[in-house]
Design a protein around this ligand. Structure first.
Ligand code: SF4
Length: 305
């Protein structure tokens, strides 16, 4: 059988892949609660990854849409947090609460409270339907303006006081580029702006690494769930810097043809992607031949320094 010629292929992993510390912490607290208690449930998914949620449900975790029918048991609060009033309501019903809200999300809630207390007209940049934003709004005494684009900011100008004493925070997982665009626009419409940078540092690091990596590889692969906002944002960002970017949820979704002729392949992941899914993609890129044969020669794996 003649040996197929293929380019030397190098796989470069982004510096950090797999779960962020906030997601790891939430999963560990959930596992601990499941090991120690009888009836454990959660509002929504602990993490936007089906494989992980299936595993936790197999250990007994119940997923519920609301807790108004629950009278006992233990409720896990996800890393995104929950509005204070809902936590109080659950406790008043006799439900025990395990709070897995990420400390960085709690800091964003505190930043919003500080700006409100100091008399700023609060603008939250993020998705109003996201659990984290609902949690932040729920920590405030008064409603705040939530915007997710420059167009929404312009449209809001008519109804909101956006001239003086404007306080701004961001959804922790927001793409930096969007933050810059919105702040630039605000500079033209507001006289006084106080910004508290609530962007999560692990998110920022991953975005910076991924952009650098995408800019220098033949193909960029972003691994993560399509229901994960930060994965979708990371994939869009990489695509901006390298049109030859593909987003896959797992190794099975990765077509061999996509990387068969590539010499350098970069891999990054969302914050809710288990590390072994990234590893499976790495192994496939290193070992799968265009004909489905496997080889481990003439390839190497590096981690971005
Ligand atoms: S992305 Fe950041 S803020 Fe969100 S859970 Fe992870 S560490 Fe916490």
């Amino acid at each position: 059988m003649s040996e197929k010629k293929r380019p030397r292929r190098k796989v470069i992993l982004a510096r950090e892949v797999g779960f962020c510390f906030g997601v790891k912490r939430a999963i560990n607290l959930t596992k601990q609660a499941l090991a120690e208690r009888n009836d454990v449930f959660i509002l929504g998914d602990v993490v936007h990854n089906k494989r992980v949620t299936d595993e936790l449900e197999a250990r007994g975790l119940r997923k519920v849409d609301d807790f108004t029918n629950e009278k006992s048991g233990t409720m896990i609060i996800r890393a995104h947090g929950l509005p204070k009033a809902k936590i109080q309501e659950a406790k008043a019903r006799g439900i025990e609460v395990v709070d897995a809200t990420c400390p960085i999300v709690l800091r964003a809630q505190e930043a919003a409270q500080t700006l409100e207390r100091d008399g700023y007209n609060l603008v939250i940049v993020g998705d109003r339907n996201h659990a984290e934003i609902k949690g932040i709004l729920g920590a405030l005494q008064h409603p705040a303006l939530v915007i997710n684009s420059v167009d929404e900011l312009r449209a809001a100008k008519a109804d909101y006081k956006l001239l003086r004493k404007v306080g701004v925070i961001f959804q922790t997982t927001l793409a930096l580029e969007l933050c810059f665009q919105i702040i630039n626009e605000m500079m033209m419409m507001c006289k006084e702006i106080r910004i508290i940078n609530t962007i999560c540092r692990p998110v920022q690091n991953r975005q910076e690494d991924a952009v650098q990596l995408a800019s220098r590889v033949d193909l960029m692969i972003v691994v993560g769930s399509r229901t994960s906002a930060n994965t979708m944002e990371l994939a869009a960002l990489c695509k901006h810097y390298n049109p030859n970017t593909i987003h896959v949820q797992n190794a099975d979704e990765l077509p061999v043809e996509a990387f068969a002729d590539c010499e350098t392949v970069g891999i990054a992941s969302g914050l809710s992607t288990p590390e072994d899914l990234v590893e499976a993609v790495r192994v496939k890129v290193l070992t799968a031949d265009i004909d489905g044969e496997e080889t481990t020669t003439a390839s190497e794996t590096l981690t971005v320094a």
